[in-house]
Design a protein around this ligand. Structure first.
Ligand SMILES: [Zn+2]
Length: 158
């Protein structure tokens, strides 16, 4: 049987075979089902944060840009936003309906997560696996009803 030609996910930029991957068709493109889920999570969150100024098209193109050109994971984009708006309580005045802030505060987010992890280690001798499954707000004890991201990249902590 002839194989379908590989397709490229517009969110993570990775090619995949439709025969052995869960995917979602978006117009004429195909994306990993997992990526779509993570992208939707970012949209839902930003809709809540930005309210009426939220721009779907702007955020959609920024997500693709950060993930494919800046090399960020979708999970990292999402968590950086939680850090910036839920943990730091930053203003949305400069947001202009989008998430352009992400590349500028990403390294600050990583530093924050690293220090939170070290504190957790000192205080409770926690296993790294207990820690990385949590969002920043859960770590500092202000749980918000946001689903836990499933994919944690360990290199982000170093
Ligand atoms: Zn993907």
């Amino acid at each position: 049987m002839a194989k379908l030609s590989p397709v490229k996910c517009p969110y993570c930029g990775q090619s995949f075979q439709r025969e052995d991957t869960d995917f979602v068709q978006l117009g004429r493109r195909y994306a990993h089902a997992e990526c779509v889920e993570e992208v939707n999570q970012i949209h839902e969150y930003m809709k809540k944060v930005l309210g009426g100024s939220y721009s779907y098209t702007k955020i959609e193109s920024q997500i693709k840009n950060f993930a494919t050109k800046e090399g960020m994971t979708l999970d990292a984009i999402y968590k950086t936003l939680i850090y910036w708006y839920d943990v730091k309580k930053s203003s949305t005045d400069q947001a202009n309906g989008g998430i352009g802030i992400v590349p500028y505060v990403y390294s600050e987010y990583l530093k924050y997560m690293k220090s939170q992890y070290q504190n957790a280690q000192i205080n409770k001798n926690k296993n790294i696996r207990d820690f990385v499954g949590q969002t920043p707000t859960e770590i500092i004890g202000k749980a918000t009803p946001i689903r836990k991201p499933r994919h944690i990249k360990f290199y982000e902590l170093s």
